[in-house]
Every structure is written in C-alpha cells, then in structure tokens.
Design a protein. Structure first.
Length: 187
C-alpha cells in the first residue's frame, strides 16, 4: 500500500489543481496530524496498530485511517476545517451552517471495513467509525450520531486507549496481519 500511496497522492494533487491543490493539502495536513496522534497511542501501548490512507475497492476511494487494538477496530474519517464552526446532532453534521454527508460516509466506511476484514479473517470483526475534525475553531456536539463517534485529534489517543479490551490477543494478531495485506481491501 505504501508503494501505491505516492501515485494516489500525485493523482489527488493533479485532480485538485483547479483549486490550487488547497483543499487536498488541507486534507493531507489533517490526516498527518491524526497519524501523529495515532503514533502517540502506539508509543504508549504497543498492542495498537494503524494504517494510513487505506485504498479500498478498485476506484480511487480510501479510508483515512484504520486503527486496530485490544479496544476494537476503528475507521477514521478525518475532516480538516481550519477555523470553522462545527455542529453535530444525531444524524446532522454542519460546517459553518452547511450540512455535510460525513456521518453517512463514515458509517459506510465502517461497514465496508467490517465486511472486508471479517471476510479476510474468517470471523466477525466489528468496526466503529469515527469522525475526527481537525483545525476547527469550535466543535459543538449536541447529540452523538448513532453508531459514529466524533473525537478531536487531541483526545483521540486517550479516547481509544480507554476502551476496555474486547479483542482477544490471538484474534488481534490475525486482524493486524490481514489488514496489512492490500488484497484484503480490494475485494
């Protein structure tokens, strides 16, 4: 997957040239910030692993991050909105008052990852989708969305680390191993 990442990034940069690549660069900066936080979690507890920019399917889709540890498996949909005001309630996610499809997209990513990992591992792998907003000025969560959590990057390592152990070590080893095989994500 790492060998393919530069080509995907090059494609994404070229595709976003209409806006000078600004939105692509902002998204990449947000994903890098989240990856640094995941590295902090791994440094504290070696049992946690993660993948960045996981290409799924045969199109140019990807999951920003897949995190796997004793506390569960999580997909992270990183959203970089520098200086924006975010408001979340139930199934609604607003950025500066404009509704965004982030909750639905995050649910889809989580369901897809659960299906692909379960098939590759030979046992059910539940996946919890997360939305991690980066760079916002204000985040208001009136009501958590069903089945999706919204967590800031600053709180992410502690939030993940606080989950009780739900995956036995032997199953976690299989999940980590299979997740690192690129064909797991293309079926």
């Amino acid at each position: 997957m790492r060998r393919e990442a530069p080509r995907r990034r090059l494609f994404a940069a070229r595709a976003s040239q209409n806006d000078d690549g600004g939105s692509w660069r902002a998204g990449a900066a947000g994903e890098e910030a989240v990856a640094r936080r995941l590295g902090m979690l791994r440094a504290v507890d070696y049992r946690w692993g993660y993948l960045n920019s996981v290409p799924v399917g045969s199109r140019e889709a990807d999951i920003d991050h897949v995190v796997m540890g004793p506390g569960g498996v999580f997909t992270i949909n990183t959203k970089h909105h520098r200086g924006a005001s975010l408001w979340v309630t139930g199934g609604t996610f607003l950025v500066n008052g404009a509704k965004q499809p982030y909750i639905r997209a995050s649910r889809f990513e989580g369901e897809r990852a659960a299906r692909l990992l379960s098939r590759a591992c030979g046992f059910q792998v539940p996946v919890t989708p997360l939305i991690v907003p980066v760079g916002c000025r204000k985040l208001t969560i009136r009501e958590d969305p069903d089945g999706v959590s919204v967590v800031t990057p600053e709180k992410l390592p502690i939030w993940l680390g606080k989950h009780p152990d739900v995956i036995p070590p032997q199953q976690l080893r299989i999940i980590l191993e299979r997740a690192r095989i690129s064909t797991t994500w293309t079926r």
